[in-house]
Write a protein that binds this ligand. Structure first.
Ligand code: PEP
Ligand code: MN
Length: 335
């Protein structure tokens, strides 16, 4: 792959695990190794990272493998520890990016130390491009900025841990074409099976690289166990990914396609919600001994559909056909 590839475990857990992971990442042909020392956890009580104790493991892994290494910095103290140990690529996690005070402290610490090589800035958990851009602006001049799309906290109804909301990533890119944009399919997916399709989608949308979580033994990982790839899965993924040249590289077309996908997703959720309500109605009718089809009611629904369709500039016949299909499916679900 031509873009920037980063891989490594969610967390540094032991010196041996860090070294083993780094060797596997290098053998997969990847040049930049990641491992989190300080882990931001939504709730206390989980594994919060080994902290400063692990910095030497990263340095040792870099020396043994020749890989460039990076870790997450969430405050000025973390920045200083990284820079003191020659770790000059850092990433800012989603939760940190959501906090302008923390980002400013990090930017000040970087400036005071003369900056660093590269700063990866993840999107904040909320779908707020301004907040993401605000963090990037605060870090301007502190090192090369790379944005990382890691998905957005959604209602939990979709298949992913974090909704990709591709249309936002595409909008970000169209507005800021000079900022390299990576995708972190691991934190979007939440489960390892979904990582490949997200990684491929990102490449199809012209992303500039990927940050992937991988662990020598994912089932025993102390954090994000379900989403980390084994070394074999990482190699299989890299072999599978296709760079489709320039297809879809027109930013206007990309944005429109991403918007269409988002609308289709909403349409399906709305239809599923409608079916659920119909099933509930079916149960109520059954309990009350009412017939499933009540023609008066259906004619009234259709009248409303046609009049609303006209207001929205839709063809009445088209709207009628859609609702006839929905109605037929609802009736068969109520039987
Ligand atoms: C991580 O990369 O391990 C991490 C905590 O990511 P995020 O900040 O995107 O949740
Ligand atoms: Mn993680």
């Amino acid at each position: 792959m031509k873009g920037l590839l980063i891989a490594g475990p969610c967390s540094a857990e032991s010196e041996e695990q860090v070294l083993q992971s780094a060797i596997q990442v290098r053998d997969a042909g990847i040049g930049l190794f990641r491992a989190g020392l300080w882990k931001p956890r939504t709730r206390p009580g989980g594994f919060e990272g080994v902290g400063e104790a692990g910095i030497g493991w990263l340095v040792a892994a870099r020396e043994r493998t020749g890989l460039d290494v990076c870790t997450e910095a969430a405050c000025a103290g973390h920045v200083r520890i990284c820079l003191d140990n020659g770790i000059t690529t850092i990433w800012l996690g989603a939760r940190t990016v959501a906090n302008p005070f923390a980002v400013q402290d990090i930017a000040d610490a970087l400036r005071a130390a003369g900056g660093c090589r590269r700063i990866l800035v993840k999107n904040p958990p909320s779908p707020d491009l301004e907040l993401w851009l605000g963090a990037i602006e605060r870090l301007q001049g502190c090192g090369e900025i790379v944005a990382v799309h890691r998905g957005f906290k959604g209602g939990g109804s979709g298949p992913y841990r974090n909704d990709p909301l591709w249309e936002l990533a595409v909008e970000f890119r169209a507005g800021h074409p000079s900022i390299p944009l990576l995708c972190d399919p691991s934190h979007i997916a939440g489960t390892r099976e979904l990582v490949p399709e997200i990684a491929q989608r990102a490449l199809d949308l012209g992303f500039d690289g990927l940050m992937i979580e991988t662990h020598p033994n994912p089932s025993e990982a102390l954090s994000d166990s379900a989403q980390q790839l084994s070394p074999k899965e990482l190699e299989a993924l890299l072999a599978l990914l296709v760079e489709r040249g320039n297809s879809g590289s027109d930013p206007v077309l990309e944005e429109l396609r991403a918007r269409l996908d988002a609308i289709d997703e909403q349409l399906l959720s709305v239809i599923a919600g409608r079916m659920e309500v119909c099933r509930n109605i079916g149960e109520v009718k059954k309990r009350g001994g009412l017939p499933i089809i009540q023609p008066g009611r259906w004619e009234e629904v259709m009248r409303k559909v046609e009049s609303r369709a006209s207001e929205l500039g839709l063809d009445k016949g088209f709207a009628r056909r859609i609702f006839e299909i929905l109605h037929a499916e609802s009736v068969s679900n109520q039987e």
